[in-house]
Write a protein that binds this ligand. Structure first.
Ligand code: NAD
Length: 323
């Protein structure tokens, strides 16, 4: 509980519970399959800002007994070599899940990378097959951050069904999947974005506000409906401090519950990613019984879902998220 009375929705206690359960699942998986679940993190250029975040993921994996490693390419790597590296990881029987460093260098098109990932190893839900499964309400791999934004409310006992929710941000990796998940939880959802005419008006009517815009201070307490639940996904560096998209000081006195930044969505995202990995590992193990996953053998590959041919255009800046 924050001083103001708003309940603080902290990610760490929930993440710890999840990690404890994951560690047990990892131990069982390892005993049965005589290998730990494996994660490959494809990174292009060590100096990317997300490297610190990816190193955290690696440490988290090691703690629960998952084998995780960086598959590194030079910052100047070509699009073709990045795609070839991902395809090689797809066929590695010791790897159950693949995540790719984001944002990618500007010379690498996101779509090329996404298309290269085997959807059955796509534990951060970026492949169109997994996005489509989510859209249709089926069980695919969810983007971990969007999953965390909704899971933090579910696990905190916050009622979602029937409530009016506003999601700010419509990116393919955070905003839209969060909106679809909220619809699945029976909320009535409005998606706002950079071209929304009167953001404050939409926010003022929302029982639940999920903010994923990457704009510090975008949502203030004055915009909120009293008692609203506020989930702040934003991560911004301001004057050397990590802050969210919500002006916490003004929001905390109006909201009934609010996620802090840091310490809200971030820790939960990493823990949920581990649950996705376990699920992927169990599916790979079931699809390729143990003789199929001994190191050095070529495992039968799962064919990636057919994708629409992409027009041969010159590499441009990636279209991650949107305007
Ligand atoms: P993005 O840049 O791809 O998308 C931002 C979205 O915000 C866009 O849809 C855009 O239309 C919208 N937007 C921008 N300015 C706006 C405005 N003034 N009013 C309304 N909408 C506006 O970003 P993303 O990848 O979706 O990430 C969003 C935020 O979440 C970033 O701060 C990012 O760092 C953070 N993030 C956090 C985690 C985590 O684990 N907590 C993980 C991934 C991303």
């Amino acid at each position: 509980m924050a001083d103001s009375g708003a309940r603080l929705l902290e990610g760490a206690p929930i993440a710890n519970e999840i990690r404890t359960a994951v560690a047990e699942d990892v131990a069982t998986f390892t005993a049965v399959n005589r290998r730990p679940p494996g994660l490959a993190v494809v990174i292009v250029g060590r100096d990317a800002p997300s490297t610190v975040y990816l190193e955290q993921i690696l440490r988290g994996c090691t703690k629960v007994g998952v084998h995780a490693e960086f598959v590194e390419l030079e910052g100047e790597a070509t699009e073709a070599s990045v795609a070839a590296t991902i395809r090689a990881v797809n066929t590695d029987p010791a790897v159950d899940g693949v995540i790719v460093q984001m944002p990618l260098p500007p010379t690498i098109r996101l779509r090329t990378v996404i298309d290269a990932i085997d959807p059955s190893k796509d534990i951060d839900g970026i492949h169109p097959l997994n996005a489509g499964l989510l859209r249709l309400g089926y069980d695919g791999f969810l983007p971990a951050t969007a999953h965390a934004a909704v899971e933090i409310m579910r696990r905190s006992g916050i009622e979602i069904a029937g409530r009016d929710a506003v999601v700010i941000g419509r990116s393919a990796v955070v905003g839209m999947p969060a909106a679809f998940l909220l619809v699945k939880e029976d909320a009535t959802v409005t998606v706002c974005h950079s071209r929304t005419r009167d953001l404050a008006d939409h926010v003022s009517r929302a029982d639940i506000v999920v903010v994923a815009a990457g704009r510090p201070g975008l949502v203030t307490g004055a915009m909120l409906k009293p008692g609203a639940v506020v989930v702040d996904v934003g991560i911004n560096l301001v004057d050397g401090r990590v802050v969210g998209d919500v002006d916490f000081a003004s929001a905390v006195v109006v909201a009934s519950a609010i996620t802090p930044v840091p310490g809200g969505i971030g820790p939960l995202t990493n823990a949920l990613l581990l649950t996705h990995l376990i699920r992927a590992a169990e599916r790979q193990a079931a699809a390729h019984p143990r003789t199929g996953v001994e190191p050095g053998m070529t495992a039968p590959t799962i064919q990636p879902a057919p994708t629409a041919p992409t027009a041969p255009t010159a590499p441009t800046a990636p279209t991650r998220g949107d305007r």
